[in-house]
Design a protein around this ligand. Structure first.
Ligand SMILES: [Zn+2]
Length: 139
């Protein structure tokens, strides 16, 4: 079975259970925190939790806004216009922009390599080659 792409995972500090902010916020807030990590990564929100999504993220939890308040009180989340920010997000995650740049550079590198190969094989043009199409600068 193929491994899912790295974009399908979010880092979770193995010591997070010992983080006083998480312990003081309580177990329901902890669950909300963990779910929000997956939400932010999956939605490429750069650590932002939109207020209009909180009911979906907190489904099954009682008093979601009290859990949010506990996370804010402990500094695990901060209040922002339109929602909350997971304060440690960028300690563990690259920005969506830099991840996209990295992906684009890797794709361009692969296109240049493939372009060189087909030129070396005497094929001057391939219609789905991004370098032949002018979408990627030749190396
Ligand atoms: Zn080409």
């Amino acid at each position: 079975m193929a491994r899912p792409a790295p974009s399908m995972f979010v880092p979770l500090d193995v010591n997070y259970m010992r983080d006083p902010r998480i312990r003081r916020a309580g177990p329901d807030a902890e669950l909300l925190y963990i779910r929000a990590l997956a939400y932010a990564k999956g939605g490429e929100t750069d650590g932002f939790v939109h207020d209009y999504d909180i009911d979906v993220i907190a489904v099954g939890l009682s008093k979601p806004l009290a859990r949010v308040a506990a996370l804010v009180r402990e500094g695990a989340w901060s209040e922002q216009e339109g929602g909350w920010f997971i304060t440690g997000w960028f300690n563990w995650n690259q920005s969506t922009t830099s991840l996209r740049d990295k992906k684009r550079r890797q794709a361009e590198g692969a296109a240049k390599t493939n372009h060189k190969k087909h030129l070396n094989n005497g094929v001057d043009f391939i219609r789905d080659c991004p370098v032949c199409l002018g979408d990627v600068e030749p190396a």
